[in-house]
Design a protein. Structure first.
Length: 287
């Protein structure tokens, strides 16, 4: 069965990666078909919920870092279902004048975001596909909110691992890079191969094959290659729990090794303070 959301259609019987993620985070904006996938993943890899939470906490730390660096414009692509700790909640708590544009391919995520943000003049929500970055960058709502002649923070949190190689994720990053001025930043987290890839882990990854966006695991070297043109700030590309950890992040260390996600923040332009030259620190191929 399909139902309309605005101009979009969504299939109630097809699970969505963003709604599965919402369930793993303890959210309520998901359907039974999404919960089935999430529960199957949890049976195979019980730490999946902790991995989702660790990724979410990384995003929050990265956003606070960018605010401290003076960033006031945020473009969150693959923003997912609204849940506690949204980007606009973090930035407006610390920098009320900041502007946030959310983009997601899932019409349900867009619908809920529009409902939450209705009447907020410093936020916008559009339905968009990361595989078509120029459409996002030239969208009238995005352009009406984000000034690309000034530094922008582009968030690609837990989304690039849904872009297959044939869709050229490196080319997507290049187009985003070329549209940004020096001083802009990109925030990335990406699911990776664990040191010990068991049958259960492979089956957990395969649960996403039921969605419109199968999960693509990449090594540290492969993720680094996607970020050509961006200088990684300290500590480079590391697991999400090890990127500038705070007390919350500490509890996820050694608990998500079977489902690792790599994380990094890159800056467009010269090396600048804190940039890591060469191989990212704290990461190795397949980590």
């Amino acid at each position: 069965m399909e139902r309309s959301v605005g101009s979009a259609e969504f299939d109630l019987y097809k699970p969505s990666a963003s709604r599965v993620y919402d369930y793993l985070l303890g959210g309520s904006h998901n359907f039974e078909v999404d919960r089935d996938v999430a529960r199957q993943m949890l049976r195979l890899a019980p730490e999946a919920a902790q991995a989702a939470a660790a990724n979410r906490h990384f995003m929050a730390r990265a956003v606070r870092y960018l605010i401290d660096r003076g960033l006031r414009q945020f473009l969150d692509i693959g923003s997912g279902i609204p849940t506690v700790g949204n980007v606009h909640e973090i930035v407006h708590r610390h920098a009320p004048d900041s502007r946030v544009a959310y983009v997601d391919i899932d019409p349900v995520a867009v619908m809920h975001s529009q409902h939450i943000l209705d009447g907020n003049p410093r936020c916008a929500v559009i339905e968009g596909d990361l595989r078509e970055p120029l459409s996002i960058l030239h969208d009238p709502q995005v352009r009406g909110l984000i000034d690309f002649s000034q530094p922008v923070a582009v968030l690609l949190v837990a989304v690039l691992h849904f872009i297959p190689d044939e869709a050229s994720p490196a080319g997507i990053l290049t187009q985003l890079h070329d549209a940004l001025v020096p001083g802009s930043h990109v925030v990335v987290s990406h699911a990776s191969w664990p040191p010990d890839t068991t049958v259960a882990v492979r089956q957990a990854r395969q649960t996403y094959d039921r969605t419109h966006t199968p999960l693509i695991l990449r090594t540290a070297d492969e993720v680094t290659a996607l970020l050509q043109g961006f200088d990684l700030v300290e500590p480079g590309l590391v697991t999400v729990a090890n990127w500038r950890p705070d007390s919350e992040a500490q509890m996820y260390r050694n608990r998500t090794d079977r489902l690792p996600a790599l994380a990094g923040v890159g800056v467009r332009g010269g090396a600048g303070p804190g940039a890591v030259n060469g191989r990212p620190s704290g990461a190795s191929a397949g980590s």
